[in-house]
Design a protein around this ligand. Sequence first.
Ligand code: GLY
Length: 404
Amino acid sequence: MNHLFFSSSPPATTPVAVPDVQAALAAALQTVRRNIDDWGDSYPGDTTHDGRYARRSAGDGIAAGGNHGWTTSFWPGMQWLSWEISGDEAFRSAAQSHAADFSERVRGGIDLDTHDLGFLYSLGSLTASRMASDPAIRDDARDAALLAADHLMARFLEPAGIIQAWGDLSDPAQAGRTIIDSLMNMPLLTWAAEQTGEPRYSDAVRRHIAQLQAHILRPDDTTFHTFYWDVETGLPLRGATEQGAFHDSCWARGQAWGIYGFAINSRATGDPLLRDAAWRCAGYFLSHLPDDDVPYWDLVYQDGSTEPRDSSAAAIAACGLLELARLEDDPERAGAATAAAHRLVSALIAHCAPKNSTDSDALILRGVYDLPKNVGVNEGTLWGDYFYLEALVRIAHPEWVTYW
Ligand code: GLY
C-alpha cells in the first residue's frame, strides 16, 4: 500500500490527471439515455441483478416501478447531472417528470418514516426547484421539499439532539438510533433554514452533527455505522453496525459518507472542526485501500482478501474529497484531496465501469448494498452510479454547483 494519510499534515501533491474522464462521461451519458428510454417514468430497483436493473418491486400499496424506498431520487439526480453537462433537453425533461412523483409521495404520506428524506428530496425536489424549465414545477417542487424537511424535523429527538434514522418513531427497536449516512440528509434542512429564515432547521443540523462528531467518529478515525442514544435521558449509549462486518469494524461506505457528509456540513455551518472530521475519515479510508484503489466493502479487509469490493464507497469518497479540496484554503491540502479523488475515480473507470456501456445498465459495477443480509453483493447500485457521475462532473466541470 502506498496511500496518503493526511489527517494532520498532507504532503504536497500535484493532482494526477484523469485522462479518461471525457470518455467515461460520454459512456455514462449513453447509459443514462438508454435507461430513460427503457424505464420510462418508472423507477429501477436499488441494485442490479447480474448487471441489469429490474423495475423496482411493488411496495406496501405501491405498484411495481413506483416511488418508494431510499434510492429513487438518485435516478432523477443522474438525469439532472446529464442535463447540466450536455444541455440536452431530453435529460431535463426526464428529470423534471419525476418531480411530481416526489410531490405526491410527501403529500400522500407514502413511505416517509426515514431520515433518508434528505437523499430523496435534495435530488428529487430541491434540484427540480432550481432547474426545472416550468415555473409551476419549480414552485411545486420547492413546496414538496419544504414539506419533506418538516417530516425530517419531526424525527428530531429531545433531549439527545439527534435525528432518528429508521422506522416509525414508536418502534422500540429503532428508538434513539442514528447512522453515519444521516450526514448526507442535513443539506435539506440547511436549505429549509435558508428558504424560510427559521433557525430551528439549522439548529437541528448543528446539534445532530455535533453528536455524530462526538460519538459515531471514533478516536482512531474510524466510524460506527449506527449509534444509539437514550431517548429519555439523551445520553449516548453504544455503537453498532447493520451493514458492516462487525460492530467495531469500519464499514467502507459509512466511512465514505463520513468524508462527504462532514465536508458538506462544514461548508454549510462554517465549522472548521467538521472539515477536520472529514479529513480524519479520509485519512483512514485512503490508508486502508488495496493496491488497485477499489475498497473492500469493509475496511477491515486488505490486499489478498477474497471479500467483495464496494465501488460505491469509492465514488462517494471521491465526491467528498473533491468537496474538501474546495473547502481548503491551503493549496497543498487542496491538491492532496484532489489527487486522492482522481486516483479513486481512475480506479473506478479502470476496474468498475463496464467495458462497453451496453454491457450493463449500471455506470459502475462491483458495488455492495448489504453483505450481511446478502442483498446486492457485487452489483451496480443506484447511489454508486449517481456519485460516480457526480465525481466525473466535478472533475470535468470544477465550477459545478453542488446539489447537497
Ligand atoms: N444509506 C444506506 C446505505 O448506504 O446503504
